[in-house]
Design a protein around this ligand. Structure first.
Ligand code: PLP
Length: 344
């Protein structure tokens, strides 16, 4: 049985990075690489991005940030609340830490002092998403603790950040107001945060007025468009999921890609690109998928499940929309049983 392949285009990634950076203007790009660079693999992507001039990398958790650090000396950021041993490794590696709770703030300061390594912190204000972050009513106290540690030389308050819901412009505007108020307070008590970051892909692209000095962008750098969002000028999906025909059975074919590879079985009914044009997925089994045949279908034919192909575009987000999720989930669900093939 054949193995499915995720064909990755380095050139498309470089083009996306250039388009995103052009769009961001003054705001710097932090390339977000969680979930193994949205399923594409961190290692090559760090080198490629660094060569393209990207100077900030976001790892979400510390193990990911450490993998990035092993590949680059640029700034690396991790924002998942982490264990003491991970925090120690991060501090030693010069990873900057996102902090959204008093307990974690105290733990990071204590560890930085123990190690005698001045550590860069980014304080998170909860601007309404209620997903970690200091509530506005707790901000002054958190800032007080962080500023005292900064005065002692233990840490540096390098940034203030938050995450937007991106559900409506009104909510995002209100979140920005809370964010800017938090920055004002920090500055009023002597803080000098240089990295102000609030926006991810969609808001950074569409709402320039919300951008801070830094934008944390994942999806659009990999060319994954927003669910229910348009295909964006200058961005294209950097990968293509290809399965090979293993059997032709009358009016259907079987391809070597299934639920065990991470293809969600609810995608039955979706269209894939075949040498004979678009055809529907009839059934998804564990290790194979049945697709409606085309005239002249042969063993060895390539079927493109998503990504740029000869037969027009089917993208990961279009598949995700069928199951009410976001495009990155289609990619991050692909298991290591899918080979990654890195192309030019
Ligand atoms: C994943 C993530 C991002 C990147 O979001 P995209 O929509 O993929 O650009 C930014 N910030 C945080 C906190 C995230 O978790």
């Amino acid at each position: 049985m054949s193995t499915p392949v995720l064909e990755i285009s380095r050139g498309a990634f470089r083009a996306n990075l250039a388009a995103v950076r052009a769009r961001l203007g003054e705001s710097q790009l932090m390339l977000v690489m969680k979930d193994d660079a949205y399923g594409h693999g961190i290692d090559w992507a760090v080198s490629e991005a660094e060569a393209a001039g990207v100077s900030w990398f976001g790892g979400y958790d510390i193990p990911t940030a450490l993998r990035i650090r092993a590949l680059t000396s640029q700034r690396v950021y991790a924002w998942a609340t982490s264990s003491a041993s991970e925090v120690e490794a991060a501090i030693r590696a010069g990873i900057e830490l996102g902090i959204g709770s008093t307990a974690y703030l105290a733990a990071v300061i204590a560890r930085a002092e123990l190690l005698g390594i001045r550590t860069a912190l980014h304080l998170k204000i909860d601007t309404g998403l209620h997903r970690n972050g200091f509530r506005p009513e707790d901000w002054a106290a958190a800032v007080g603790i962080a500023r005292a540690a900064e005065e002692r030389g233990s840490v540096r308050i390098a940034g203030v950040w938050s995450h937007l819901a991106e559900a409506s412009d009104e909510e995002d505007d209100a979140a920005q107001a809370v964010f800017l108020e938090a920055v004002r307070h920090l500055e009023a008590v002597g803080g000098t945060p240089e990295a102000l970051h609030l926006t991810a892909s969609a808001a950074a692209w569409w709402r320039p007025e919300l951008r801070g000095t830094l934008s944390r962008i994942g999806a659009f750098c990999y060319g994954i468009r927003s669910a229910d969002g348009p295909v964006l000028d200058g961005l294209s999906l950097i990968s293509r999921l290809v399965a090979t025909v293993d059997a032709v059975e009358g009016d259907t074919v079987r391809v070597g890609l299934g639920a065990f590879h991470g293809l969600p079985s609810v995608l039955q009914g979706a269209e894939v690109a075949t040498p004979g044009g678009l055809r529907r997925i009839v059934r998804i089994d564990g290790d194979a998928t049945t697709v409606a045949a085309w005239p002249g279908a042969r063993i060895g034919d390539r079927v493109i499940v998503f990504g740029p192909g000869d037969d027009g575009e089917s993208d990961a987000t279009a598949l995700a929309e069928r199951m009410d999720t976001v495009g990155e989930e289609i990619l991050t669900r692909l298991t290591p049983a899918v080979s990654r093939l890195l192309g030019p």
